[in-house]
Design a protein around this ligand. Structure first.
Ligand code: AMP
Length: 368
């Protein structure tokens, strides 16, 4: 892969593979710095297209379009982790790609991600690799009930997951096995879920945002709260762990580390659920409550700029507008302390992230 050298000057172009709301918010952040985003997506209705400096609508397999895209930008990045390896290979042959294809390969497979974390001394939920019905039976004996069967690839927002509560529910999980290689995981009885957004630049300078406390419904994030209710020691450990993971990955850009906080007889411990090698929904609050957002810091990092401050000036509660929630936009817009973000998607669908709002209140060190 070609190596990036000097910082990109205003006017330079950054390529982003993927055109969803994350790409859209990255394009806005780049534009604020005088940089232009070239968005590449296979979806003609990509929400990022309307805010991009340039766009390519083509398949992720279209070699000629990928080469033209790579040659039109100074660095490239991704806004979803499941960009095909062949796409990344083509683009990275012409232009530096951040985070590196090696990092993306680790996080595209739940098994390699968990193994990477374990090898680096990071605690994760007990898991077993499952490739066959026989392996599922053996894994269930070891892990016990309840357990979660997850696809190793292409899972997000709870897609590709199946809960097995008892022997009777095994049959339905066996059907899910047809979807390919799987992982069986213990269901963790956590106190809360928290996540840390960390950003690392091309020189290794690393900063974390304050952890957010996250609530999910049907495995989809609905709310992120900062400051989180967790103990200061737990929050400090979460930030240090995220920083260490970024270091071990030799990461460049914004990364999110999601944790389960568990309690055992007064002892609190953290397990990493997963890492997302990109800007993340649980970091959207940084747009309105921080000096520099996760989006701008991602652009700064991959463009070779110094990182901006990750300090928070307010308390924040981010609420996702999922499906029909977006119809409430005018009510939210009346609240002077709420920032409204709508993603410009063409069609409202159940479970689809249509936008988010962030409610700001005066800063306190601890959650009330
Ligand atoms: P994932 O796609 O793995 O991030 O899962 C989405 C959500 O499902 C998580 O944020 C949790 O709320 C829940 N979840 C995933 N894995 C587990 C687990 N092993 N134990 C309990 N809840 C889980």
């Amino acid at each position: 892969m070609p190596m990036a050298e000097a910082p990109l000057a205003p006017g330079a172009a950054i390529g982003i593979l993927g055109g969803g709301q994350l790409g859209r918010m990255l394009a806005v952040a780049a534009a604020q710095l005088g940089l232009r985003c070239h968005i590449y997506s296979d979806d003609p209705k990509s929400p990022a297209f309307e805010l991009a400096g340039a766009k390519t609508h083509a398949s992720y397999e279209d070699q000629a379009q990928l080469v033209a895209f790579a040659n039109s930008v100074s660095v490239a990045g991704v806004e979803f982790e499941n960009v095909p390896a062949s796409t990344l290979a083509t683009v990275s042959a012409h232009v530096p790609v951040y985070p590196s294809p090696k990092v993306l390969a680790i996080s595209q497979d739940r098994l390699s991600e968990k193994e990477f974390l374990r090898e680096n001394g990071v605690a994760v939920a007990p898991y077993r690799r499952v490739d066959s019905v026989e392996e599922l039976a053996a894994a269930l004996k070891e892990i016990g009930y309840p357990a979660l069967l997850k696809t190793r690839r292409f899972g997000y927002d709870g897609k590709g997951q199946c809960r097995i509560g008892s022997e009777q529910e095994k049959a339905q999980a066996v059907k899910a096995l047809a979807a390919g290689p799987m992982l069986l995981e213990s269901v963790i009885d956590f106190v809360r879920e928290i996540s840390v957004v960390v950003v690392r630049d091309r020189n290794g300078d690393t900063r974390t945002y304050e952890p957010s406390e996250n609530t999910h419904h049907s495995q989809i994030l609905t709310r992120s709260l900062v400051p989180a209710h967790a103990d200061q020691m737990v929050l400090k450990t979460a930030r240090e762990t995220a920083q260490e993971i970024a270091l071990q990955l030799d990461y460049v850009g914004t990364l999110c580390v999601e944790f389960f906080e568990c309690e055992d007889e007064g002892d609190h411990k953290l397990l990493v659920n997963e890492i997302a090698p990109r800007v993340h929904n649980s970091g959207h609050w940084t747009l309105d409550a921080c000096v520099v957002s996760q989006f701008e810091n991602h652009i700064r990092a991959i463009a070779g700029w110094p990182l901006g401050g990750t300090d928070r000036h307010s308390n924040a509660e981010m609420l996702n507008l999922i499906g029909d929630d977006v119809a409430q936009w005018s009510t939210w817009a009346k609240d002077p302390h709420t920032a409204v973000h709508i993603y410009g998607k063409d069609e409202i669908r159940a479970g689809r992230k249509m936008g988010h709002v962030t409610r700001l209140t005066p800063k306190t060190e601890r959650s009330r």
